[in-house]
Design a protein around this ligand. Structure first.
Ligand code: GLU
Ligand code: ZN
Length: 422
């Protein structure tokens, strides 16, 4: 019997999750659902400096909004609980101890000042910054001496000095790294917290993860991870680095291109199904031409073989278009309710509430064909619900007439004349 597919979304709670990051969650979810496996949510909060207390809620809210339900996670628990890394410190400590005992890691007592000196020296010689392996071969006596001085050590991985590390990426194929380019990186910090490199391996192994999907900014770290797997004697999961997401101008997606978090898209009035469809096409395709794809079709057809290596372009115009398609597919009653809720949220405080649902149902067909985002509801529909709209003289008069009222009344008179026979 083959093992069930188990994927995980493992965000670091450092802020409101970026849409690109949520694309990873979506692909993880799709892979698990396609194979009838499990999708796991794990919070990677070992970087205490960058921890943002609002982030965990925002992560869960983003997933819920898109309908990405998780089978195991911090709130629902599961057989490998806890699912928050800061509650699993003993496991990382044990793994680091195991690596030390087997000669694959060592304690480093170097002070920040010494490391700074090494770095400055390397910079002067125009060499890449790299730990100089000063503590790699300390004798037991030397190590004891330093420990007695009260220095809290970090634990570093003993990277092989020669040979290459190879691995197979499910999307990019064979990848090879020269071990000589890697340094003895930290796996356990002096505060007892692990680094990402160690923590995610211990967790992925313990949680029986079969496929690791992550952004391609992690490719260069992968050889370190393979070396840790080897040193611990564990079989690594399948690894896939997803293509980077760029803006239409081919630069890395950022604030310049508009909203960056999934929740901002929700607040701008995109429907979750449209966003789901849009994100699902950032790097994956059904057949190179189909754009409107339902959730069920995604689940039925998704696998890694159709994920591409080249960058995916985040095209907001396409998203707007897709959102229009999903709005038109929404049954009138449902859309009327969404629009009414949106109006209640966006109309000025002085407008009447609740919005009259009967009027909303009658008005909906009038905007349904044109509206692209729910946040356009106020501009398109406010007058149905609120007769106290006050238009300023400026809003009523075309620019050309503003300073020549006589011309304006002349124009109106002509309009009336033209309308008279009707
Ligand atoms: N915590 C890492 C991140 O948020 C996870 C990377 C991974 O999926 O392994 O980027
Ligand atoms: Zn050292």
């Amino acid at each position: 019997m083959t093992e069930p597919v188990r994927t995980r979304y493992a965000p670091s709670p450092t802020g409101i999750p970026h849409v690109g990051n949520i694309r990873t969650a979506l692909f993880d979810w799709l892979l698990a659902r396609h194979f009838g496996g499990q999708f796991i949510l794990r919070i990677e909060d070992t970087d205490r400096q960058r921890y943002d207390p609002r982030a965990v809620d925002a992560i869960m809210e983003s997933l819920r909004w898109l309908g990405l339900d998780w089978d195991e996670g911090p709130d629902v628990g599961g057989p490998h609980a806890p699912y928050v890394e800061s509650e699993r410190l003993d496991m990382y400590k044990a793994a680091a101890g195991d690596l030390i005992a087997r000669g694959h890691a060592y304690r480093c007592y170097c002070s920040p000042e010494r490391l700074e000196q090494v770095r400055a020296e390397q910079q002067r010689r125009k060499e890449p910054p790299k730990y100089d392996r000063h503590c790699r071969d300390l004798s037991d006596a030397e190590a004891r001496e330093r420990a007695e001085l009260g220095t809290k050590p970090v634990v570093r991985f003993k990277t092989p000095l020669a040979d290459v590390t190879r691995f197979h990426d499910e999307i990019r194929g064979e990848i090879e790294f020269d071990n000589a380019t890697l340094d003895d990186f930290i796996i356990l910090k002096s505060d007892g917290y692990p680094t990402y490199h160690l923590a995610h391996i211990v967790d992925d192994h313990d949680m029986r993860i079969t496929h690791v999907l992550r952004g391609d900014e992690w490719v260069s770290s992968a050889p370190r991870h393979l070396l840790i797997y080897q040193a611990l004697g564990w079989t690594p999961p399948k690894i896939a680095h997803l293509p980077i997401i760029l803006g239409p101008d081919k630069s890395k997606l950022s604030k310049r291109h508009g909203a960056t978090s999934a929740l901002e898209y929700r607040d701008r009035g995109y429907l979750p199904d449209a966003m789901f469809n849009f994100l699902g096409l950032l790097g994956w395709s059904l057949d190179d031409k189909t754009v409107v794809i339902s959730r069920e079709e995604f689940v039925r057809n998704f696998d890694l073989s159709r994920v591409v290596r080249n960058p995916a372009i985040f095209d907001v115009e396409k998203l707007d278009w897709l959102n229009g398609v999903y709005i038109r597919e929404t049954p009138d009653d449902r859309l009327a309710e969404l629009l009414a809720e949106r109006l209640e949220q966006d109309l000025p405080a002085s407008a009447p509430r609740p919005i009259d649902r009967d009027i909303a149902r009658k008005a909906t067909p009038l905007v349904k064909e044109r509206i692209k985002r729910l946040d356009e509801a106020v501009a398109m529909m406010d007058f149905f619900f609120w007769d106290e709209l006050h238009y300023s003289r400026e809003e009523l008069l075309a620019k050309a007439f503003r300073d020549e009222p006589a011309k304006a009344s002349e124009a109106l008179r002509r309009v009336l004349d033209a309308l008279e026979p009707l």
